[in-house]
Ligand binder design. Structure first.
Ligand code: SAM
Length: 695
């Protein structure tokens, strides 16, 4: 059963995308085995339609997105096991933009840029369901607990032992910047949502009401469907000595892009069978009789109501003892059978909102995503999560036969998602083989028609802009200060330090410097009218809009309106200061050789200087002795025919349990002729090394 709502006011007309230069249409779909990188020579401009509604929330630096540059993406990884039947060839995929290989899509990059890229490349209004769980601006740097594989870690009394902690993503902005961040993302994702699409946004109690105002503005207040409560982590919270009320729930804000959206009812299992009960027959619903005549007596509803069942049906129920006169009120009532499931309402607190299977902080539970995906999409439709984190949305979409797109700015998130999907797909192939074996599946001519679940057995990972230089934020800030010669000033709660006579501001390295960051500096300088020192802004990368912002600023400066010169050091491209971010890579000792038609690979040793360094930094913790290189390795992937650009995963060794080790010895069929064999080793800090051997 589905529910439909009245159409909200018509959407403001979206201007046509301005495309420069014209993107050549491909004539035919590229072969799955050779996915084409999504290239266009120059950035493409895409237009974002204006927000819809009022009332509006405002903040310093509020600026709607108008035009955005969409940059190309590079295909960096592909997983396409040969053993699976090619469901991607089915009709359901005919609407897939030809630029992309059919199958799941993962993007490493800032979601604003990734969404612009997707919109410019055929995904405008193609996505049926969006789920996002953005960072909550809690002022916390989430840490990923990293442990060595197969090592029993000694625990120091009172301390949660982890070999080292890695900052997964920084979650702290000031409120204005955070609201601007959310506003822009909602604006741009509206463009990718189909007209009958639904977006579900998770927020915590602190930001829910801001989010609601912003989403009302972007999608229109009529588009708001409901607010669902979900469980937060159930900690052993005691109120002893606490002065605060522990948070039990988060909120899901559900918006329908238009009245064409359909929310599918999902059943919730009751903890125990609900007993049958007598229910009043009055109903406000029309049509329904105004009176019923049963056993010679006439019954009426209470004023303003109707009776629920028509005469003929009521007579049958009366005879079967399922309809009666209430002994006290004299009104009609009918028997509701016992049930063990009911339709889901907006209280989802019966299931966990978080789980901790992948070790990624804030990993949402699969049960939660199962409900979201089932309620907002049908098999085969496209589901998007552009804050994908550990990949729960992609994983559940894969399990439920939906197509999916995931995106995250954190490379660790993309790795976690990729590993998770590989395991699921391999299991699904096994399952498929079993079914074929038992004769439950026919893989003949009509095979693809029969395989509704899953929608794909492959995925590709792309990178939009170069976020490969992702490094630990705090560590990087310290290093940057050291290398650029910045003296930290702890007493200043805005600027990070000074360099000579200049003030220094370091933009968090998890996002490119944007005009919003610069507006913050402008605001701060305005609040310090006597401050005439110049400002150095250090960032990892910068948005293009920054240059025009600086031109405007210099104009103000030249006309004497502001005294401070602003200089930017972009570490990613800076020849002088950027060198330190190129840290020492891990070393591998490996042997690759061909015997007949097989390739044999053996890894003898792996040393990560970063892990060793971190280990040495552990103060007060017992030093862990690494006697097996495999304890430092999270997983190994092999491409036996590497083309130098896209890593096609032919074999992946992802140990299932945390204590299991990778094998280190591999054998796989050798392609004909001379080939490059690429071996990707991902260590326990998420650092990747790719070793290439020609055989
Ligand atoms: C709360 S977590 C999402 C958890 C996810 N739902 C799961 O089940 O694991 C938020 C994610 O947003 C990512 N993120 C933050 N800013 C981003 C941005 N600008 N672009 C893309 N991803 C971003 C973070 O790296 C983090 O993985």
């Amino acid at each position: 059963m589905t529910t439909k709502r009245a159409k909200p006011a018509k959407a403001a007309k979206t201007k046509k995308a301005v495309i420069y230069p014209k993107v050549k249409k491909q004539k035919s779909t590229p072969a799955i085995a050779e996915p084409k990188p999504v290239h266009h020579a120059k950035p493409v401009e895409i237009t974002i339609s204006p927000a819809k509604g009022r009332p509006m929330l405002t903040w310093v630096g509020k600026k709607p997105l108008g035009l955005m540059n969409a940059f190309p993406a590079q295909l960096v990884e592909r997983f396409e096991p040969k053993a699976a039947s090619p469901v991607e060839k089915s009709e359901a995929w005919s609407d897939w933009p030809v630029q992309y290989p059919k199958g799941g899509l993962l993007f490493h990059g800032d979601n604003k840029e990734v969404l612009a890229h997707l919109i410019a490349n055929g995904f405008r209004q193609r996505v049926k369901s969006i789920y996002i769980d953005p960072p909550f601006n809690t002022g916390v740097d989430y840490v990923r607990k990293v442990t060595l594989r197969g090592k029993k870690m000694e625990k120091i009394a009172g301390e949660e032992y982890s070999f080292t902690e890695q900052v997964q993503y920084s979650n702290s902005w000031n409120l204005d910047a955070y609201l601007q961040f959310l506003f822009q993302r909602l604006q741009i994702c509206k463009e990718i949502l189909s007209d009958d699409g639904i977006i579900v946004i998770r927020m915590d109690v602190h930001f829910g009401y801001y989010l609601r105002m912003i989403a009302d503005e972007v999608f229109g207040a009529n588009a708001f469907e409901n607010e669902i409560i979900v469980n937060r982590i159930k900690k052993n919270v005691t109120n002893k000595g606490r002065r605060t009320i522990p948070n039990a729930v988060d909120y899901l804000y559900v918006y329908f892009k238009s009245g064409d959206a359909e929310y599918k009812n999902v059943l919730r299992k009751l903890p125990q069978k609900q007993q049958g009960y007598w229910h009043n027959m009055d109903s406000p619903e029309i049509p329904g009789p105004r009176s019923l005549s049963l056993s010679g007596k006439t019954y009426y509803p209470s004023p303003g109501n109707h009776l629920k069942f028509p005469q003929a049906q009521a007579e049958k129920m009366w005879e079967a003892g399922k309809l009666r006169e209430n002994p006290r009120s004299g009104n009609l009532e009918y028997w509701v059978e016992e049930k063990d499931t009911i339709n889901l309402d907006s209280d989802w607190s019966d299931i966990p909102g978080y789980t901790f299977d992948t070790g990624y902080p804030t990993e949402n539970s699969e049960q939660l995503l199962e409900r979201v995906i089932k309620a907002t999409s049908k098999p085969g439709e496209i589901v998007l999560d552009f804050f994908v984190g550990s990949g729960t949305t992609a994983a559940v979409a894969q399990k439920l036969g939906r197509r999916y797109i995931g995106c995250d700015i954190n490379r660790g998130a993309i790795q976690t998602t990729s590993k998770r999907l590989q395991t699921i797909i391999v299991d699904q192939i096994e399952e498929q083989k079993k079914k074929i074996h038992q004769g439950k599946l026919d893989l003949g001519e009509n095979a693809t028609e029969q395989l509704i679940v899953p929608a794909q057995y492959s995925f590709s990972a792309y990178r939009v802009n170069d976020y490969d230089l992702y490094i630990q934020h705090n560590e990087a800030v310290n290093l940057a200060c050291e290398h650029i010669g910045i003296t930290r000033t702890k007493s200043d709660n805005f600027f990070d330090g000074t360099r000579g006579k200049s003030l220094a501001k370091i933009t968090p390295f998890n996002h490119p410097l944007s005009p919003v960051d610069l507006e913050e500096i402008k605001k701060e300088l305005k609040a310090r009218p006597n401050e005439d020192r110049d400002v150095i802004v250090v960032c990892l990368g910068k948005e293009h809009a920054v240059d025009s912002w600086l031109t405007d600023w210099n104009r103000l400066r030249n006309s004497g309106d502001v005294p401070n010169k602003i200089n930017i050091i972009e570490l990613r491209t800076d020849q002088k200061y950027g060198k330190f971010i190129k840290h020492e890579p891990a070393k591998v000792r490996i042997k690759v050789h061909r015997t007949g038609d097989r390739i044999k690979i053996e890894i003898f040793d792996f040393i990560s200087p970063t892990i060793i360094e971190r280990l040495n930094q552990q103060n007060g913790l017992l030093q862990v002795k690494i006697d097996d290189w495999r304890s430092m390795v999270d997983c190994v992937m092999i491409d036996p025919n590497y083309d130098g650009k896209v890593f096609n995963i032919s074999l992946s060794d992802v140990p299932e349990k945390k204590n299991d080790l990778v094998s280190g010895k591999y054998e796989l069929p050798a392609p004909k002729g001379s080939v490059k064999v690429a071996i990707k080793i991902i260590d326990m800090l998420g650092e990747e090394v790719v070793e290439i051997r020609e055989i």
